[in-house]
Ligand binder design. Structure first.
Ligand SMILES: Nc1ncnc2c1ncn2[C@@H]1O[C@H](COP(=O)(O)OP(=O)(O)OP(=O)(O)O)[C@@H](O)[C@H]1O
Ligand SMILES: [Mg+2]
Length: 356
């Protein structure tokens, strides 16, 4: 299946905003005249800045364009991201570079079996000098939190993070402390190791906007990577990465995404796709209505990043796998026969008629 903005076999489109203006709305495009001039200008600046972001990330990370696009879409939708990939595929480097290029605060937590909820959210600490308890903020008080190997920590600690993700605040002793904005969690999971892990419950998975798979680089990409290393590239030194966008551009982008026009036929298409997952004989759990809203949100963000102010069925198709793959559950029989969530979704995309 290949349509213009198909996200490829694995993931989100590599080319988000790569060719600014390539798909700029024509004068007669639906919704072309809805936005006030000044708002539109700011949105254009934001789109250019977010496009430049990909160039900055490429200074350290070779390839992985789809993952970068997926992360930008999640930031635009104020969502959180599950990153799945084998060790050593630059997940950490990618998130670190992204935070640098966006001038956002970054923290990383390694989730281990003995990590306590307070190690993530923060805790009350007794201050000897004042004889009072003081709240010491945990690493969750940041803009971009890399939650490494989230499935290695027991449910109690997972739950404390997921609660913070959902509510964007931490409650300690009855006092709610708001988290910074933007706030995005990128949680990594290793797809091959299951021993000693605590898989996230389905209800928790639904809280992640997208699940991005981080592939092993292609042969050429890997060769380029080695050449850079041979030439002295140091992944700990991000001084070459310039801040090209920030919270303001993200806010302008979000406002523009909210103004992306939705044809009722496209809304119906999103619903039909989600309903088809609920009826699929290969799935024991289909996409929830929350999942349907998530698909609409990511498709609109992608539409805007691609230079349009209306969302098309192709935008929906492009984002269907990353947005829905973690929200469906295979039947054990189907799994034994080798079915995958992506495969089932692909079949549904091929069968559910898209509006013209
Ligand atoms: N696509 C890539 N581009 C550039 N460097 C890469 C790429 N993939 C891997 N590397 C190199 O591999 C190193 C390891 O990457 P990193 O620590 O970010 O991986 P990771 O996916 O976070 O691994 P882990 O799952 O073990 O935490 C990087 O510092 C970089 O030198
Ligand atoms: Mg890492």
């Amino acid at each position: 299946m290949n349509h213009p903005v198909d996200l490829g076999k694995d993931d989100v489109p590599p080319g988000a905003g790569a060719e600014p203006g390539a798909a700029a709305p024509s004068a007669g495009a639906p919704g072309a005249d809805r936005m006030p001039e000044e708002v539109r200008r700011q949105a254009e600046i934001a789109r250019a800045a977010l496009t430049a972001l990909r160039r900055e990330v490429a200074k350290t990370v070779v390839g992985q364009d789809s993952v970068v696009t997926g992360l930008v879409i999640a930031l635009l939708c104020r969502g959180h991201v599950l990153l799945e990939g084998v060790p050593g595929t630059a997940k950490t480097l990618l998130i670190k570079t992204l935070s640098h290029a966006l001038e956002l605060d970054f923290k990383r937590v390694q989730f281990t079996p003995d990590l306590m909820p307070g190690d993530v959210t923060g805790s009350l600490v007794y201050d000897n000098r004042t004889s009072e308890f003081e709240f010491r903020e945990g690493p969750v008080f940041t803009n971009l939190l890399l939650a490494d190997e989230i499935n290695r920590t027991p449910p109690k600690t997972q739950a404390s993070l997921l609660e913070a993700m959902e509510e964007r605040q931490v409650s300690v002793e009855g006092a709610a402390r708001p988290l910074p904005d933007p706030f995005m969690v990128c949680a990594t999971q290793n797809p091959i190791e299951y021993e000693g892990t605590y898989p996230l419950p389905e209800a928790q998975l639904d809280r992640f906007l997208v699940k991005l798979t981080v592939p092993v680089p292609t042969r050429d990409e890997e060769i380029t990577m080695l050449q850079r290393h041979a030439a002295g590239f140091d992944p700990r030194d991000l001084s070459e990465v310039r801040p090209v966008a920030g919270a303001a551009e993200l806010a302008a982008g979000r406002a523009a995404v909210r103004a992306v026009h939705l044809d009722p036929k496209v809304a119906a298409y999103v619903v039909d796709l989600c309903r088809a997952t609920r009826q699929s004989p290969s799935l024991q759990l289909g996409v929830s209505p929350r999942g349907a809203t998530a698909l609409l949100a990511t498709a609109r963000a992608w539409a805007w990043l691609s230079g349009r102010d209306y969302v098309t069925p192709d935008d929906v198709k492009a984002l269907a796998r990353p947005t829905l793959r973690h929200r469906v559950q295979l039947r054990p029989e189907a799994e034994l026969e080798g079915a995958t969530a992506d495969g089932v979704l692909e079949g549904i995309l091929a069968h559910v008629p898209a509006p013209r």
